[in-house]
Design a protein around this ligand. Structure first.
Ligand SMILES: NC(=O)c1ccc[n+]([C@@H]2O[C@H](COP(=O)([O-])OP(=O)(O)OC[C@H]3O[C@@H](n4cnc5c(N)ncnc54)[C@H](OP(=O)(O)O)[C@@H]3O)[C@@H](O)[C@H]2O)c1
Length: 321
């Protein structure tokens, strides 16, 4: 199948191109970048070209790895130009996610939860990186009635610097980030909260992100208020029922909490749960680790393409470094 990548010179675009270059069913027809046009892309033998509507008309699917707002314009222009023949679109931005106001236009592509809806989808909204770990860990527990919605649920999340994209910013200079660790977006105002709340209605989420002095990776530690009788073992069992190893990219630790080094440069999400002593009514600590550019972006986008085409969900994604 012929695919193209808009915004191929950014962090997510380069990661998508790297995966597609090795995907057995894919030929990458174009990798667009305005600033890198003429230079080599991650696909051997394919130089970057400036974004063009004409090139988009010649492929079966397009990954939109663009800034927020820019993707929505491209979707409008593509639909105007090609109508029903518009290629399948996988949007990595927030423009069509739940809470965006445009969500009715797209299928939300949390791959493990929505793959049955994908074959009909013409536009898939790829989830945000932080929400991927939060929603995949909490939604099965909420649906199983394990979470007590009357108490706050605290999410302490940390991301590597690529999470902010490749456009230069003073607060992301090496000298500002190295040897440092800080919170940002405090006050429960991070834009990813809309997406989490839309999928987890009724849970009082407190989401506090932090900036890790590392290029990539997300570690999330959640303090989950549970109903009496809910144990860490029961939570692991619930996840295992939902995420079979052979048909999902989610792994459940038999004990302990996940570490970043287990997921860096992979497309896996690793979950763990542990009891908390001395708190009544009870809480459980849940840990989620993923690579923001892997399962948090490109890996999930490739899973969504696979699901749209009716291919095996995990074809072409990475299990190991
Ligand atoms: N970084 C992450 O961990 C992550 C994870 C999940 C989702 N996302 C989302 O994915 C999207 C892309 O993120 P990113 O980190 O890859 O961003 P990025 O590194 O800033 O890359 C954005 C790309 O879009 C191109 N571009 C910018 N304005 C454009 C325009 N008007 N028309 C055409 N191309 C334009 C850029 O410039 P050139 O054309 O010059 O190359 C670049 O290639 C964002 O919406 C982000 O929120 C990011």
């Amino acid at each position: 199948m012929k695919v193209g990548v808009l915004g191929g010179g950014g962090y997510t675009g380069m990661e998508v191109l790297g995966l597609l270059a090795r995907h057995p069913r894919i030929r990458v027809a174009f990798a667009s970048s305005r600033s890198l046009a003429g230079t080599p892309s991650p696909v051997p033998g394919l130089p970057y070209t400036p974004p063009s509507l004409e090139a988009c008309g010649e492929v079966d699917a397009i990954f939109l790895c663009l800034p927020h707002g820019v993707a929505a314009h491209w979707v409008t222009d593509l639909r105007e130009a090609f109508g029903d023949a518009t290629p399948r679109l996988i949007d990595l931005t927030a423009d069509h996610r739940p809470g965006s106001g445009n969500e009715q236009d797209a299928v939300y592509g949390m791959a493990e939860l929505a793959s049955h809806r994908m074959p009909e989808a013409r536009l898939v909204a790829n989830p945000g990186c932080y929400p991927t770990g939060v929603i995949l860990s909490l939604l099965p527990l909420a649906e199983a009635g394990m979470i007590d919605p009357t108490r706050p649920l605290s999410i302490h999340a940390s991301s590597g610097v690529t999470g902010a994209g490749r456009t230069p910013r003073q607060d992301l200079l090496f000298a500002e980030v190295a040897d440092n660790y800080r919170a940002y977006g405090w006050g429960n105002r991070h834009r990813h909260l809309k997406e989490m709340r839309a999928l987890l209605p009724g849970l009082p989420l407190i989401f506090q992100p932090h900036l890790l002095p590392l290029p990539r990776g997300i570690l999330e530690t959640l303090t989950v208020p549970v109903h009496p009788g809910t144990t860490a073992g029961g939570i692991r069992e619930c996840w295992r029922g939902r995420y079979p190893e052979n048909s999902s990219a989610v792994r459940v630790l038999p004990e302990g909490l996940p570490e970043l080094r287990q997921v860096l440069r992979t497309d896996l999400l690793i979950l763990g749960a542990e009891e908390v002593e001395g708190i009544d009514p009870p809480v459980v600590t849940v840990g989620a680790a993923l690579d923001n550019l892997g399962k948090g972006a490109a890996g999930q986008a490739v899973q969504n393409m696979n699901a749209m085409m009716g291919w095996e969900l995990n074809e072409g994604i990475r299990w190991q470094h």
